[in-house]
Design a protein around this ligand. Structure first.
Ligand code: SF4
Length: 88
């Protein structure tokens, strides 16, 4: 993989994450509720882009058990969105 391809892949990965970042998993304010995460994950499980063996999405490359917990995460093809409820 060339340097240009590596930069492009990195930019695409960041774009796929939207405003969510993996380290948000460690911040309770930036995590969604277990109920919302379960609803999102169930949508992923029924999606044609879901790889059940790894629980990854072929569109964003993310591990969906983790990504669905992120408040600001969103599906790259619009099947579920950010959790806009105010944090308590
Ligand atoms: S994030 Fe979206 S595209 Fe990816 S597996 Fe889930 S529902 Fe499908």
């Amino acid at each position: 993989m060339s340097e240009e391809e590596k930069v492009s892949a990195w930019k695409q990965w960041k774009k796929n994450l939207g405003e969510a970042r993996p380290w948000h998993l460690f911040d309770p304010v930036l995590r969604t509720t277990e109920d919302i995460a379960a609803l999102r994950y169930n949508l992923c499980k029924g999606c044609e882009h879901f790889i059940s063996a790894t629980t990854q999405c072929t569109k964003c490359g993310c591990i969906m058990k983790a990504k669905t917990l992120l408040k600001n995460a969103e599906c790259p093809v619009g099947k579920w969105g950010r959790d806009l409820t105010p944090s308590s």
